[in-house]
Design a protein around this ligand. Structure first.
Ligand SMILES: *[C@@H]1O[C@H](CO)[C@@H](O)[C@H](O)[C@H]1NC(C)=O
Ligand SMILES: *[C@@H]1O[C@H](CO)[C@@H](O)[C@H](O)[C@H]1NC(C)=O
Ligand SMILES: *[C@@H]1O[C@H](CO)[C@@H](O)[C@H](O)[C@H]1NC(C)=O
Ligand SMILES: *[C@@H]1O[C@H](CO)[C@@H](O)[C@H](O)[C@H]1NC(C)=O
Ligand SMILES: *[C@@H]1O[C@H](CO)[C@@H](O)[C@H](O)[C@H]1NC(C)=O
Ligand SMILES: [Zn+2]
Length: 947
């Protein structure tokens, strides 16, 4: 074991270690026993409601039952009604899932109602399952945001109901495919099992035949079993009741008419239909489950419960005459407990449940990319609002907490993880609502960040934020000649970045500190196009900045009125651009990329890259009438249209940055960019507005074609963590009949994907979740943007046709891909660290005027750590838990097989270096040493004592 020891110390505090353990929940409590009969078929009826935290209506509209013209749904009435009905019969059970809704309801209840509900929970009549703030999407979420939203929901339940409120079972009945990393997280959070409803239709059939609807999911190839092992059950009918047995007010099935004096007595009919369905459900034990509920059901719970009471009564009455079927009110955890008692060995699964198809031309792989702007905004929000804001609150202490903010930003991020939020499968007005919540959260965070930086720097200068630097808009830097920029680094290791600021001056009037390279380059035509009069800078000031771990550096900038002119652009095809690590060549005839070389490792590959679009099916063709839509990707043809064979180019070459600006069409352009000192080649794409005047829906991809011999295999990450192997037209656990050669080979990419052979590995790091595939040998394609003219008939009832007030002609989306070329198999270090820097970006804040009137030039800094953590260790979370406690999560961010150097266990010491009497009271210092194995996450609560 390689051990590296690092001290972690906040400069302003002593920390005292309180507790080491993940999961942060108590061990198993005894569950209420179900009334199972050992010699009978036991049918577990699970009354439940599936309450989307936003979809066709916003989360608040759903809660109140507003806008019932869009969809009849009101969660407040569901909870009112269910509690009322549970009180009427102690046998009745109900499970509740989405804490975002339950929290809204709970805080409006009277103390006596709260006491009543506590009792229902204590008696197991109301049981929480899953318990996250929402039921997160699995294809498009990043694990850090998922852990945070689960923490928020589970914490509320623990603090409100104690051990009896703790969910035992993870319940993802609706997400459209299932990620291995979600199963791994649930296992590590201490869930006993996981149930879901959706999987590929061929997989479902195969598993029914093989009796493998229950399985053991081994969800990590790095964590030693059983750390990431999770019992997984596939529900028999999605999450709906069996046909003919829906007794919600929204359903039309016949009620149980049990008065023999009346004409239409139907008990015998109902009972025999029910027995038929129960007996047809073949499982491995004498216990079966039936989900009795669906979307937003139980608003008038009396309808459901009155009929379920009767169903149980009449079916069980037959036992007196020898029937061997026993029906009971149950919950998923009671059902799971019975399966556990059966002491069977279950089938083992090590891959995941992507992609999901519900029929042969209906692959739910479009939503991997749907609403690319929202997906990016969610990812930036995770970095700014959930990481930087939280860290600075801890680092600056109480001084940060003056002003108008609360839990709002965390809640905005938590609801954005919902499976109709960041997934892009909501209606347009709901997507706007999620974005507005994130923006409001960021407004409140800015107050906190300003307070913290003021406290840490002892400067009260007004902080200014520029959220549109990606399109070169920042009113301060565009107009001011003297300003300071503070760069905060949320990572626990020092990082350097290139900063680009829109300016109208030309060159800085003072040499920057010698280590700081600086250049001025002209703003590109593509950027002027996309900013649409929101800014007027003609140049960009580009310079390298460094920031210490968990800390900041401040740079002051002053610009000359008439400095030397900016770097000139050359309107010709460049032969090559290069820095000390990478060399990139271009085809002189087409202006496209032609090769990529790593000068350190002396490897080189052929690499062409271009943009294409698939013609989205409009639903009018012979095989199927399924159109492409928010969920579904269905190209009309497997051959995409090329946007342009050639690119018009301009080249800017300076000592800080070299870029080739490529123009493909009025709606596709790109900058190929190499910064000095960077091991990553940046491809900054700008796509949109996608033209629809030809009445064709378009799904735009970029494709990298290389000389790497991939044998139709590529690799994608799962929720930003472990990587899975994907093979074209292949599924690891069944023989695939492939019916969609493109859409059926698409997988979610959350932060990175790669292709490799024995000599070369090309990794693409993405700045948001996107869909992608490897359709040809040596090729990797990523879908960037989609604009569609038809709804795909999965409920959202809108074409994915995004516009906004700035872009009435269709959204323009800009993003970045970072490419690295490494030698396998020890390739991970570079691309893993690049991916980490992409997810957690530095936060820039600005102040106008001189930083310090006495010195013209200054770089000031602060670090919250006494020393950097080793590269293998990621500081996943640092956040204020309550007045006195700080939550710290450390993570080993390498897989066990990834890297010779970094895939070793690593030990971090949390001990404060300078000894004090406080610390000497600890006899055994071993709790201060934390050893992390590959992919392990450890959680701590620290008590912070002001020095
Ligand atoms: C659960 O809540 C109780 C009461 O507030 C608290 O003492 C306990 O530490 C909490 N447990 C966890 C794991 O947070
Ligand atoms: C049980 O069988 C007896 C005799 O056939 C019959 O009278 C009675 O109705 C049956 N009970 C039920 C619940 O079907
Ligand atoms: C479970 O099964 C194993 C072998 O199949 C057996 O050794 C063990 O005793 C059983 N446990 C219980 C509690 O029945
Ligand atoms: C579907 O395609 C056929 C053949 O091209 C065409 O005749 C028909 O009008 C199309 N229908 C629709 C609704 O576009
Ligand atoms: C798509 O949006 C454009 C711009 O708002 C609009 O003109 C067009 O009718 C929309 N098309 C569909 C099918 O919704
Ligand atoms: Zn849902």
């Amino acid at each position: 074991m390689r051990t590296s020891s690092t001290s972690l110390l906040y400069l302003l505090y002593f920390i005292r270690l309180l507790k080491i353990d993940f999961p942060a929940v108590e061990p198993s409590t005894t569950l209420p026993l179900s009334n199972g009969h050992t010699n009978m078929l036991n049918v577990h009826l699970v009354p439940h409601t599936h309450d989307d935290v936003g979809w066709l209506k916003t989360v608040d509209q759903y809660y109140y039952g507003d806008r019932n013209d869009i969809q009849h749904a009101g969660v407040q009435y569901i909870l009112d009604s269910v509690v009322d009905q549970l009180l009427k019969n102690p046998d009745r059970r109900f499970i509740y899932v989405e804490t975002a809704f339950f929290y809204r309801w709970w805080k409006r209840q009277s103390p006596s109602m709260q006491q009543t509900v506590r009792q229902l929970v204590d008696e197991g009549r109301l049981e929480f399952v899953n318990g996250g703030w929402c039921m997160s999407d699995e294809a498009t979420t990043h694990y850090s945001a998922v852990i945070d939203q689960m923490t928020m929901g589970l914490r509320f339940l623990n603090e409100t109901f104690g051990a009896c409120g703790r969910p035992r079972v993870a319940w993802h009945i609706d997400p459209f495919g299932h990620a291995r990393e979600h199963a791994s997280m649930f296992a590590q959070m201490g869930y006993d099992g996981f149930f879901f409803g959706r999987l590929d239709y061929q997989d479902r059939t195969h598993r029914m035949v093989q009796l493998e609807q229950e399985l053991l999911w081994r969800a990590s190839d790095s964590l030693p079993p059983p750390t990431a092992d999770l019992f997984t059950g596939i529900l028999p009918n999605g999450y709906n009741p069996p046909e003919g047995f829906c007794w919600d007010q929204s359903c039309d099935d016949p009620p149980i008419r049990d008065d023999p004096d009346l004409e239409d007595y139907n008990v015998n009919d109902v009972v025999s239909r029910f027995l038929g369905i129960a007996k047809a459900q073949v499982r491995r034990t004498n216990h079966i489950i039936m989900t009795m509920g669906s979307d937003f059901q139980y608003e008038n719970a009396n309808l459901w419960y009155k009929n379920l009471d009767k169903l149980i009564l009449y079916v069980n009455a037959l036992q007196a005459n020898g029937s061997k079927v026993n029906v009971l009110y149950s919950t998923p955890s009671c059902y799971l407990q019975e399966l556990h008692r059966a002491n069977l060995t279950w089938a083992l699964k090590t891959d995941d449940f992507f992609p999901y198809a519900d029929s042969d031309h209906d692959f739910w792989t479009g939503y991997f990319t749907s609403r690319p702007a929202l997906k990016r905004y969610e990812r930036i929000s995770n970095s700014n609002l959930q990481v930087t804001c939280n860290q600075l609150e801890v680092l600056a202490g109480p001084a940060s907490r003056t002003g108008p903010f609360g839990e709002g930003e965390k809640k905005a991020m938590a609801v954005a993880q919902h499976h109709d939020a960041v997934s892009g499968t909501e209606k347009q007005h709901v997507a706007n609502d999620y974005a507005r919540r994130l923006a409001n959260g960021w407004q409140r965070c800015q107050v906190l960040v300003s307070n913290s930086l003021a406290a840490l720097s002892a400067s009260s200068a007004k902080r200014i934020y520029c959220d549109n630097l990606n399109i070169s808009v920042c009113p301060l830097t565009e107009s001011s000649r003297k300003f300071a920029v503070t760069v905060y680094n949320p990572l626990a290791r020092p990082v350097s970045w290139a900063v680009r600021l829109p300016v109208n001056g030309s060159n800085p009037d003072d040499p920057f500190p010698t280590m700081c390279l600086v250049q001025v380059v002209p703003v590109s035509a593509a950027t002027r196009g996309v900013r649409r009069n929101r800014g007027f800078a003609v140049n960009e000031l580009v310079f390298q900045v460094q920031a210490p771990p968990l800390g900041y550096s401040t740079y002051s900038v002053s610009l000359l009125q008439n400095g030397p002119p900016p770097a000139s652009m050359k309107p010709r095809h460049p032969a090559a651009i290069q820095n000390e690590y990478l060399r990139v060549t271009f085809d002189p005839d087409t202006g496209l990329l032609s090769s990529l070389a790593n000068l350190e490792t002396k490897q080189s590959i052929k690499l062409t890259q271009n943009f294409y679009w698939y013609n989205a099916s409009d639903g009018n063709n012979t095989e199927s009438n399924q159109p492409s839509g928010a969920y579904i990707f269905r190209p009309n043809s497997s051959t995409p249209f090329i946007i342009s064979q050639t690119a018009k180019t301009e080249t800017v070459q300076t000592s800080v940055v070299q870029e080739v600006r490529q123009w493909f069409s009025p709606w596709v352009s790109q900058v190929v960019r190499l910064y000095a000192g960077s091991r990553a080649l940046e491809l900054e794409w700008t796509v949109g507005p996608l033209p629809i005047d030809d009445s064709l829906g378009k799904e735009v991809i970029t494709r990298l074609d290389t000389s790497i011999q991939t044998a139709e295999v590529f690799y994608t990450d799962s929720n930003g963590r472990e990587v899975l192997r994907r093979k074209k037209d292949f599924r690891p656990t069944w023989t695939l009949k492939q019916s969609e050669p493109i859409a059926g080979n698409y997988y979610p990419i959350n932060s990175r994907a790669f292709i490799k052979d024995d000599a070369d590995q090309l990794t693409v790091v993405t700045d948001r979740s996107q869909g992608g595939g490897s359709i040809h040998n040596g090729s990797l394609e990523i879908m960037l943007h989609r604009r569609l003219l038809y709804d795909d008939v999965r409920g959202v009832a809108e074409p994915l046709n995004e516009t906004s007030h700035i872009f009435p002609d269709g959204l323009v989306v800009r993003g970045r891909l970072l490419l690295s070329l490494e030698r396998p198999p020890v390739a991970a270090d570079t691309h893993r660290l690049i991916a980490q820097e992409m997810v957690l970006q530095p936060l820039l804040t600005f102040t106008d005027g001189d930083l310090n009137p006495n010195t013209r030039l200054e770089v000031r800094g602060f670090s919250g750590l006494q020393a950097a953590l080793p590269p293998a260790v990621h500081l996943l979370t640092l956040t204020q838990w309550d007045q006195d406690l700080v939550l710290l999560r450390l993570e080993h961010q390498f897989q066990s097989w990834e890297s010779k150097v970094s895939s070793q266990p690593v030990t971090v010491s949390l001990q404060v270096r300078d000894e004090t009497p406080v610390l000497k009271t600890f006899q055994d210092i071993s709790p201060w040493e934390v050893t992390l194995r590959p992919m392990e996450i450890r959680t701590f609560l620290l008590r912070v004592v002001l020095r």
